[in-house]
Design a protein. Structure first.
Ligand SMILES: [Zn+2]
Length: 318
């Protein structure tokens, strides 16, 4: 079995210069085997859901196995994902060739010519490649069959999605209203400046607004603002052009580092039940309240914005 997006147990350092100490880690463990207890997490750490870097890592891991392959069928063991898996999907998809596997925001798009299979990992989903005769686990709700191989969706919390779209994927209601891609040509410092004019919302919430730019979730918003030395409470409309330029670079660098960390964690995994390792990342500020800032040693602060935790350095991010 080959697992995608898993890591060895060595923490992945995203923050150069951050003191280690075994803290400030977030565990990415969406593919846990049923009944296996979760690793004990310090109080302020939460298990991370798949964010854009994990989805992109998954995509890159799957590409060599799926592009050019023919779909032979599907197995739907639970239709009740976030939205129902379409009935009759097997008949629609069987015999089609996967021309490409793309990503838009956190949606994986299996390009089937005049149709698209859209997969979202939700809160806890993971995809793996396995042999068709490998017995499914209790949370293995969906298989995309490619002959001897199977792309298997494991999703304990069932917030993931498997959807069918005739025609180009960008007309799908879930995708049509999305903002720009952080690595796309439309995401520029000037775009950030223009999009933030007149906005009274805090810059952290502005960054997390997927109708503006996609893929900057709660963790990466805190990390990007630290890297850009911008106070997360600043009103978005007050961002200067210079701050927008720093923020633009910081968002890209933060996400790129996370994708690289995920890519370096791709590994072949052979085991009877495919028990994955746990993906750990270390952050500059996220999850580090009270710990010394890696730049100036001031204790990192935690505040709540829009019911989500924000972490920042009150000195570096004035
Ligand atoms: Zn600092």
């Amino acid at each position: 079995m080959i697992l995608i997006g898993r890591s060895h147990r060595v923490p992945v350092k995203l923050c150069m210069g951050a003191a280690d100490g075994g803290r400030g880690r977030v565990y990415f463990a969406p593919g846990r085997t049923a009944g296996r207890p979760a690793p004990s997490l310090p109080e302020t750490r939460t298990p991370a859901m798949p964010e854009l870097p994990e989805v992109e890592t998954t995509r890159r891991g799957l590409v060599p196995h799926v592009e050019g392959a023919y779909v032979t069928g599907v197995a739907v063991r639970h239709h009740g994902l976030r939205w129902p898996v379409p009935r009759g999907l097997g008949a629609k998809i069987a015999g089609r060739r996967i021309a490409a596997l793309r990503r838009r925001a956190k949606y994986l798009l299996f390009d089937l010519g005049d149709a698209t299979l859209i997969v979202h990992l939700g809160m806890s989903g993971s995809l793996r490649i396995t042999r068709a005769d490998e017995p499914p686990g209790p949370y293995d709700h969906f298989d995309l069959r490619l002959g001897e191989k199977v792309i298997r969706l494991r999703d304990p919390r069932r917030f993931g999605a498997v959807l069918w779209q005739r025609g180009p994927p960008d007309t799908h209601p879930l995708i049509a209203g999305l903002g720009v891609e952080p690595f796309g040509p439309d995401f520029t410092p000037e775009f950030l400046f223009a999009a933030s004019r007149g906005r009274k919302v805090a810059v952290k919430q502005f960054l997390m607004n997927a109708s503006i730019v996609v893929g900057v979730g709660n963790i990466y918003a805190s990390e990007s603002l630290f890297r850009a030395r911008i106070n997360p409470r600043l009103r978005a409309g007050r961002l200067s052009r210079a701050a927008c330029a720093r923020l633009h670079a910081a968002v890209r660098e933060t996400l790129e580092r996370a994708i690289e960390a995920g890519g370096s964690s791709l590994r072949d995994f052979v085991g009877s039940d495919g028990e994955p390792g746990y993906f750990q990342q270390e952050y500059c500020v996220y999850g580090r309240d009270g710990e010394p800032c890696s730049v100036c040693s001031t204790p990192v602060r935690r505040i709540v914005q829009g019911a989500r935790s924000t972490y920042f350095c009150p000195v570096c991010q004035r």
